[in-house]
Write a protein that binds this ligand. Structure first.
Ligand code: CIR
Length: 267
């Protein structure tokens, strides 16, 4: 499956007031804008047509657009984020979904369901969904009801650590996942996969780097994680088709518990 478009949103000047568990130096807005611009350039470099939405000053986490929607070829779903402070971000995305999602049917999750897109990893025809502090059982059930009739197998995965499932597990390709050590041996990661799936485990010190982003023939990785870079390079060289790997500085998003996938919706 190839992606054609992405939606991103400019980080607000208030972005440092967003939710975070990070303790350390304050995030820097100018640097965040630079890193975001490099990210958008990398999406374009990977061949995507990027729609850049304006900053929402009242919603400091709104540039983490991945959490408010899930778009697959068969359907576009507006989610219901699990953090009360982020619920209002959904309304700001509805017009854009209507405009850009073509003739896909659209759905919207309703209370009591909560689901953050960061908990959803679409891997071929399997959809791995994290049960986290943000995504509840009703959210997983609602997703199952929408996706299973459309030919996806929804697999629930417990998220015992980190913010979202994809904070700790992402897909490099159809047969390869990359996971933080504490997630790497979860049986759900490979459950029901039609072909063997290899899980590349990262040491705990590089847990953040488990959030990679494969877009067509490009893999985006966060800069500054040598084990990840080495594993991805070895994996890349073993692939039949040529792939480019692009490393991006992610320090400011990381301070706000965000990572590569969070910053866009791809479809
Ligand atoms: C939050 O706590 O909701 C934001 N500060 C970070 C969201 C990151 N999104 C993602 O992993 N998909």
């Amino acid at each position: 499956h190839r992606f054609e478009r992405a939606i991103v949103r400019r980080p607000a000047s208030t972005f440092g007031e967003g939710l975070t568990t990070f303790e350390g130096p304050a995030p820097d807005h100018a640097r965040m804008l630079e890193q975001h611009a490099a990210y958008v350039a990398a999406l374009r470099g990977a061949g995507l047509t990027v729609t850049e939405l304006p900053a929402l000053e009242a919603f400091p986490d709104a540039h983490f657009v991945e959490d408010v929607a899930l778009i697959v070829p068969e359907l576009a779903i507006a989610t219901r984020p699990g953090a009360g402070a982020r619920e209002g971000e959904v309304a700001a995305m509805l017009d854009t979904l209507a405009l850009l999602c073509g003739d896909r049917p659209r759905a919207q999750l309703e209370a009591p369901a909560t689901l953050d897109g960061g908990d959803v990893l679409v891997h071929e025809r399997r959809v791995l969904v994290g049960r986290s502090d943000r995504s509840n059982a009703a959210g997983v059930a609602a997703l199952r009801q929408l996706l299973e009739p459309r030919g996806y197998a929804v697999v629930e995965v417990p998220v015992a650590q980190g913010l979202h499932f994809k904070s700790s597990v992402t897909a490099l390709g159809p047969r390869t996942l990359v996971a933080a050590a504490s997630f790497a041996s979860l049986p759900e990661l490979t459950l029901g996969a039609p072909e063997p799936v290899e899980v590349l485990a990262l040491p705990e010190a590089e847990a953040y780097a488990a959030n990679t982003l494969r877009i067509n023939d490009t893999v985006l990785i966060p800069a500054g994680f040598p084990t990840l870079a080495e594993r991805v390079d070895r994996w890349r060289r073993a692939q039949a088709e040529p792939l480019s790997v692009v490393a991006l500085e992610m320090s400011e998003a990381q301070k706000m518990d965000g990572a590569l996938t969070c910053l866009s919706l791809r479809f």
